[in-house]
Design a protein around this ligand. Structure first.
Ligand code: SF4
Length: 321
């Protein structure tokens, strides 16, 4: 499959200023040298606990924030080299769905105007009749009706608002959608409906997704491949079934062990991680996971593990692998 998005050695250090003259006294290493690609038509799940840098990664890819170093290519073009005008055009192809749809929907605008605004920004309307038809079509595509166009965001449930957010994103006909924890704020029963909707849309429209989530159960059904992040690094990445059946990094194993199994005959030992995620201001030496890893050895404190390829499409960074 063709690579649509290529991320290489991407870093984002947020400066910490302090002292009398407001000089930089440190940095939050939110993303610290990650590389991956997203292939056309696939969903790559990006998973990790809060503060691991996954949402920052999404924002860096869209250039909502600028990276400290590294490269991001979209369709072969280096997006970090684009000027403002070129980037604005490129944004049509790269869209984001946020965790809290309510915060991203203007409460004073009707749903119809919200979607129309997206169409107008990118000059995608030919005439007024075209507008209404297109808005209705988009609402129906996400499981709502044309009548909803006249209503305001507060009149909808959380799941319906997320559908409106998805309709707005679809309006501009994007090539890749970065879904940043799109179902985390929804009830579990609604989560499955929204994930199914995204999956159906992907099939119908040939979309590509980077799906960001904080637990592995959410991305299981929708992802083709999954990358696991810990403290600004990708520690393991593999094809979905390979990752769920043969996790090799102790952090991936711990995240998987936390997912309840529906089949009572299958027993899996729960791995309880000690302590919280350390601060990205001063991450642990060597392997960043060593302060919480049940298998940590001396070498883990001293040397950072290199990323190894251990199978087709399966990479892992751990001294024991
Ligand atoms: Fe654990 Fe060491 Fe592997 Fe890090 S390198 S995950 S500390 S065993």
């Amino acid at each position: 499959m063709k690579k649509l998005l290529e991320v290489k050695d991407l870093k984002k250090y947020f400066p910490i200023k302090g002292g009398l003259f407001g000089r930089q006294i440190g940095a939050v290493k939110a993303v610290d040298g990650i590389s991956f690609d997203v292939r056309e038509g696939e969903t790559l799940g990006l998973v990790g606990e809060s503060g691991c840098g996954k949402s920052t990664t999404g924002r860096l890819i869209l250039r909502l924030i600028d990276p400290t170093s590294g490269s991001v290519k979209f369709g072969g073009k280096d997006i970090l080299a684009l000027d403002k005008n070129q980037m604005r055009k490129m944004r049509k192809d790269m869209q984001i769905i946020f965790q809290d749809p309510y915060a991203s929907l203007n409460p004073r605008m009707t749903v119809g105007s919200i979607i129309t605004e997206a169409l107008e920004i990118h000059n995608l309307l030919k005439n007024k009749n075209d507008k209404e038809t297109r808005v209705h079509q988009l609402l129906e595509q996400v499981g709502l009706t044309g009548a909803h166009a006249r209503r305001y965001p507060h009149e909808f449930s959380g799941g319906q608002r997320q559908r409106i957010g998805i309709a707005r994103v679809l309006a501009v006909d994007p090539k890749i959608i970065i879904a940043d924890e799109p179902v985390s704020a929804l009830d579990v029963s609604i989560q499955a409906q929204v994930i199914n909707l995204l999956q159906d849309l992907q099939q119908d429209l040939g979309l590509t997704f980077l799906f960001i989530a904080h637990d592995l159960s959410v991305v299981k059904h929708i992802s083709n491949r999954v990358a696991v992040m810990y403290l600004g690094n990708i520690v393991e990445m593999a094809e979905k079934n390979e990752l769920y059946n043969n996790p090799r990094h102790p952090y991936t194993q711990a995240l998987l062990s936390a997912i309840p199994i529906a089949d009572p005959t299958v027993k899996r030992e729960r791995i309880i991680l000690q302590g919280d995620v350390p601060s990205p201001i001063n991450p642990p030496s060597g392997c960043r996971f060593h302060t919480r890893c049940p298998y940590a050895r001396d070498i883990c404190k001293k040397e950072e593990p290199v990323v190894k390829t251990i199978g087709e499409d399966h990479i892992v960074a751990c001294h024991l692998v």
